[in-house]
Design a protein around this ligand. Structure first.
Ligand code: CO
Length: 204
């Protein structure tokens, strides 16, 4: 199957997506969009996908982190990232707010910037409120990798891509990043990239 995911450079990825209206929720068209998003995310495979990535400027994203996607990480990497299996969830018109003031930095990539990764600093814990696929209000406090996925996908709804937030000098192709930093504790990765030097580490 041809990759249906819109790649960086397309203007839809830079727009503020529109709110999903109550009339749209529950329509066959909206359910079909959610199905296409879930399918595209699993095909890629990825752990999250926002509607603009299928060319649809609506404030909705899906996330899912299956155990088999985490198998490539070492136990130490999984623990550092607080990466845990996450069942499929849908968030409509979501709002995020940080919980606490801890920030954590790890490599992340994006299905719309295919083949690359970079270090991105994110909140360690966030609370998301919004609606589920049936239009019922939901609120969820997430920590670690699920919190990172939420921040990445919520950014897509505001036309923000991770490259806007990355440490530019950490940007690389996935094979390069894997070869150079795979299995290393994040402190060593940051040291190797000179990110612990005062004035080089980006602020908030
Ligand atoms: Co993305």
């Amino acid at each position: 199957m041809e990759n249906p995911i819109v790649q960086v450079g397309h203007p839809v990825l830079r727009e503020r997506a529109r709110d999903v209206t109550p009339e749209q929720l529950g329509t066959a068209e909206f359910r079909a969009l959610l199905a296409r998003m879930t399918e595209a995310m699993r095909q890629a495979p990825g752990v999250g996908l926002a509607a603009p990535q299928l060319g649809v400027s609506l404030r909705v994203f899906v996330l899912e982190d299956r155990a088999e996607l985490q198998a490539a990480l070492t136990p130490v990497e999984r623990a550092e990232r607080e990466r845990v299996p996450l069942p499929l969830r849908v968030f409509v018109n979501p709002t995020l707010k940080p919980v606490g003031d801890e920030r954590v930095t790890f490599f992340e990539g994006c299905l719309s910037v295919s083949g690359y990764a970079a270090l991105v600093e994110r909140w360690r814990e966030v609370e998301v409120t919004g609606l589920d696929e049936a239009g019922a209000p939901v609120s969820w406090r997430a920590r670690g990798w699920p919190a990172r996925i939420l921040q990445h996908e919520a950014d897509h709804l505001d036309g923000v891509i991770y490259v806007d937030r990355m440490h530019p000098r950490s940007f690389g192709t996935l094979p390069q990043v894997k070869a150079r930093f795979g299995g290393l504790p994040i402190a060593e990765v940051k040291r190797a990239l000179g990110l612990e030097v005062p004035g080089v580490e980006a602020g908030r």
